[in-house]
Design a protein around this ligand. Structure first.
Ligand code: EPZ
Length: 419
């Protein structure tokens, strides 16, 4: 159990070097098994979800090591096409190994993935697309068995731009005979990052970042070296922390275009923001105003992963903000915890209305999920007195040395671990 102790009320000042992206790293780690090859990935964050992916790679027979922020993978020794239930449960992204294993071995045996409990998280779109490419899939006794003697290219139309389904199709398509076209594809920067890795590995991919992506067959080059892009959600989280607590912070290495919708609302709330190449400078006096309406949407819309932290930043903002969550059915799990700090939040089905209060008061909270937990830390930074966040490890799944980063900006935050 991780226990985060925060004494709120301190301004945040200094420089935050944005960590590498978790959600870009994970599908690329799965892609590293597509052919016998060596991958060297720089700027991979040191996180629990990355450890889980490396454990899966080692279980499959690969060599996989992380030294600081560099990950080395050698996948010529891969021997397995099955992932045990205990490893699948550790994170949602384990499901991306399905497309990769199918491409490499013609078979994948796994169980439904774990990850944050944000409501129903089916994988029907993944399975339907793989079937369209020639995979036979049986689901029984909590196990999913995918087999394909030969995968063939297909023209796939996704009814919703699912990030994970787009990634699984991209991976499986690298072994298919003929071109695969994904229409209605997710357009997230993490999809572009995966496509760039695949191109470097020897696979023709066109259109990543748009809603139509075309993929051809992989002609492996033997080794790939890539740098993982900056984590737009970690950057958005720190920006929200500075907005809430007040301060003046430079986010270095940030790709502002990737979280411009978050910066837009923080500006509207009263923050002064300057963006320049890979630098974002954000200043806040901690006295924000409400921003009206916010709605989460697939990229390039406002990201669902930044919804809890923006909510936390606006708890003391003058006026009312209505946040509507359209991606996940249960992504307001942070709300009852934030109310314990004195926040006024009313819930209506898919919307939350936040009426800014004059002050928040420290309390003991339970982290409900990764981004919900981060939201509690952000709120704690803006609260009077001590806030304690009890966390079964959610926050460290996605944020690298988060207490250290916040402390270096002047926050009074201590992380202790209980067995
Ligand atoms: C990715 O999850 C991210 N995870 C999530 O980040 C992020 O919130 C999400 O995309 C949306 O941006 C990783 O990249 C590892 P989806 P993913 O498939 O791929 C429904 C974080 O905090 N759906 O786009 O699981 C689904 O139920 C995490 O870092 C189906 O109905 O997201 C959900 O409502 C949390 N059937 C919606 O689509 C399917 O087959 C979005 O899911 C697939 C998805």
């Amino acid at each position: 159990m991780d226990i985060w102790h925060i004494r709120g009320g301190r301004r945040l000042e200094g420089v935050y070097r944005v960590q590498g992206s978790k959600n870009a790293s994970l599908p690329i780690l799965a892609a590293s098994i597509l052919a016998p090859m060596e991958s060297e990935l720089e700027n991979v964050p040191q996180l629990r979800d990355i450890d889980a992916a490396l454990r899966i790679l080692r279980h499959l027979g690969c060599e996989a090591e992380q030294h600081n922020n560099i990950v080395y993978i050698k996948s010529n020794t891969l021997t397995q096409s099955a992932i045990p239930h205990r490893l699948m449960l550790e994170m949602r992204s384990s499901v991306i190994f399905m497309g990769a294993l199918l491409a490499r071995c013609g078979e994948a045996r796994l169980s439904p993935p774990g990850g944050c409990q944000l409501g129903k998280r089916p994988i029907d779109l993944h399975l339907a697309a793989l079937r369209q490419m020639g995979a036979e899939i049986e689901e029984s006794g909590g196990e999913i068995l995918c087999r394909a003697k030969r995968l063939h290219g297909a023209d796939i139309r996704l009814p919703f731009p699912s990030v994970g389904a787009t990634e699984n199709i991209l991976l499986a398509a690298t072994a298919a005979e003929g071109e695969t076209v994904i229409r209605g594809a997710a357009r997230e920067p993490e999809i572009e990052a995966l496509a760039a890795y695949l191109s470097a590995a020897g696979c023709p991919v066109a259109g990543a970042g748009t809603d139509t992506v075309r993929v051809g067959k992989l002609r492996p080059r033997g080794s790939v070296r890539r740098r993982i892009l900056a984590d737009r959600i970690a950057a958005a989280t720190v920006a929200c922390a500075v907005a809430a607590a007040g301060g003046d912070v430079e986010l270095q290495g940030a790709q502002s275009a990737h979280f411009s919708t978050v910066l837009h609302f923080l500006k509207q709330a009263g923050c002064a923001i300057i963006t320049e190449n890979t630098l974002v400078r954000l200043r806040s006096d901690g006295r924000l105003r409400a921003v009206g309406r916010v709605k989460t949407e697939p990229y390039p819309g406002f990201p669902t992963d930044a919804q809890p932290v923006l909510m936390a930043a606006l708890l003391k903002a003058r006026g009312c903000t209505r946040i509507t969550e359209t991606i996940f059915e249960n992504r307001f799990r942070q709300v009852p915890e934030l109310r314990r700090l004195g926040a006024e939040i009313a819930l209506f089905d898919r919307s939350a209305c936040i009426r800014g209060v004059d002050a928040l008061h420290g309390a003991v909270l339970n982290a409900t999920d990764l981004r919900g937990g981060a939201a509690m830390l952000v709120a704690g930074l803006a609260a009077e007195g001590e806030t304690t966040v009890c966390d079964t490890g959610h926050i460290r799944r996605g944020y690298e040395d988060f207490d250290g980063c916040l402390r270096s900006l002047g926050a009074d935050i201590v992380l202790t671990q209980l067995e």
